[in-house]
Design a protein around this ligand. Structure first.
Ligand SMILES: [Zn+2]
Length: 127
């Protein structure tokens, strides 16, 4: 039941065609590897390093990029990783005005600026 509640984030709408790609991870000992990390970044059109930083902070573990994979120094449940990815998408990919995923993120001084290609809305936040 908890799973179902968490999967229904209020940001998701049926009219949004955008599907957040699912992370595929495996845990060995105390290391968790997201195998399709580069593919996720490509689908979201974001830098792997930006998504990695977000995940390190939100999951509370350090880690490092290794080729197309992201290695997390901790035992992290795949479901939790996907939940955090959904949050990343809701916050940094989907336009808050028109709900489309057609946004660009640029760094300007100490800020990231999210600009929507569909409706022109801009939003900025501290890097
Ligand atoms: Zn928009």
């Amino acid at each position: 039941m908890l799973k179902r509640a968490r999967n229904n984030l209020p940001e998701r709408r049926s009219d949004s065609r955008f599907e957040t790609p699912r992370a595929s991870s495996h845990t060995v000992g105390r290391m968790t590897t997201i195998r399709n990390f580069a593919d996720i970044a490509k689908a979201l059109r974001r830098n792997t390093s930006d998504i990695a930083k977000f995940l390190f902070r939100e999951l509370g573990v350090p880690g490092e990029l290794k080729g197309n994979e992201l290695v997390l120094n901790g035992k992290i449940n795949e479901r939790l990783i996907n939940q955090r990815l959904e949050e990343f998408v809701a916050e940094y990919v989907i336009c808050k005005e028109c709900r489309k995923p057609d946004t660009d993120m640029k760094k300007e001084n100490d800020f990231f600026v999210l600009k929507c290609q569909a409706c022109g809305a801009r939003r900025s936040f501290k890097a």
